[in-house]
Write a protein that binds this ligand. Structure first.
Ligand SMILES: N[C@@H](CCC(=O)N[C@@H](CS)C(=O)NCC(=O)O)C(=O)O
Length: 273
């Protein structure tokens, strides 16, 4: 039997849930409460030394990193295939996982943090906050948290986040046009789509998606189809509590104008670089 260590409303966990569901697999779940710092529990750190979710334990092997867990599942349980058979296309597909891991995950964390978790942290005691800022040997992650906590959308990390999303949506538009859609790699639904779907969903929940997609009809068509996928409905739509939906919408709406301005600031700056 396999066990998924997960947290509520965790985007990386959603990628794995979509993949498990697409594969028609069964699994047990173990919830890790991130606000209670259960990710730093020594027993959990043995499974996932990074102190993050998700972790999949399958046949006694602990697999970490959501992109790698999804690839592992596609290797181990090949049907239905979630990667192109052609090696060159497969390499290009993997670029989407890299884009998520090399910027979009942080971007989403920073935007979500500036909109919501910042408010939650303000309500914490000094001691609780210090514990939350604690991290497993990663001073950069702590700096990012602290900057966004102190400065909100004025933090330079929020500008980096806005720029990362601009690049992602531009690439999505180009890929959908190049491969002819409806999915990022063309006719086949792949891990590229799975990697991106929960991140687009988060922006949508925060009422921020149209900042990037208003002028990108190809991306909107992809998003409309993505939301209809039953694995997405299971892993994201049905798994997100009504109060979470309401909170994300309210908090995201509060920063929308600031995010719009930061995007414009980025677009203006690009012209002069
Ligand atoms: N690159 C990792 C990121 C995992 C990650 O940071 N997960 C978040 C939840 S989406 C987490 O566990 N955060 C807890 C913390 O940073 O303390 C992956 O894709 O699995």
């Amino acid at each position: 039997m396999r066990t998924l260590y997960k947290a509520g409303n965790s985007i990386c966990t959603q990628k794995v849930l979509i993949t498990l569901r697409e594969k028609g697999l069964q699994w047990d779940e173990h919830n890790i409460n991130l606000f209670l710092n259960q990710q730093y529990d020594p027993a959990y750190l043995k499974l996932n030394p990074k102190g993050v979710v998700p972790t999949l334990v399958d046949d006694d092997s602990a697999i970490i990193e959501s992109t790698l867990i999804c690839e592992y599942l596609d290797d181990r349980y090949p049907e239905p295939a979630l990667r192109p058979a052609d090696a060159a296309l497969r390499a290009r597909m993997r670029l989407w996982g890299k884009a998520i891991d090399e910027g979009i995950f942080e971007a989403t964390r920073e935007i979500s943090f500036s909109a919501m978790f910042r408010e939650k942290m303000k309500a914490m005691s000094e001691q609780q906050r210090a514990a939350r800022f604690r991290n497993v040997g990663d001073p950069q992650k702590r700096d990012r948290f602290m900057s966004v906590y102190a400065e909100g959308t004025d933090s330079r990390f929020v500008l980096y986040a806005v720029a990362a999303y601009e690049k992602l949506f531009k690439s999505m538009q180009e890929s959908l046009i190049e491969h002819g859609g409806p999915w990022l790699m063309g006719a086949q639904f792949t891990l590229a789509d799975i990697n991106v779907m929960p991140f687009v969903a988060r922006l949508n929940y925060l009422n921020l998606l149209d900042v990037w997609t208003a002028t990108r009809p190809e991306v909107l068509a992809w998003w409309s189809l993505a939301q209809q996928r039953s694995s997405f409905q299971f892993a994201v739509t049905e798994a997100t509590l009504d109060e979470e939906v309401a909170a994300m919408h309210t908090h995201g709406s509060h920063i929308k104008e600031a995010i719009r301005q930061r995007r414009q600031e980025f677009l203006d700056a690009v012209k002069t670089w």
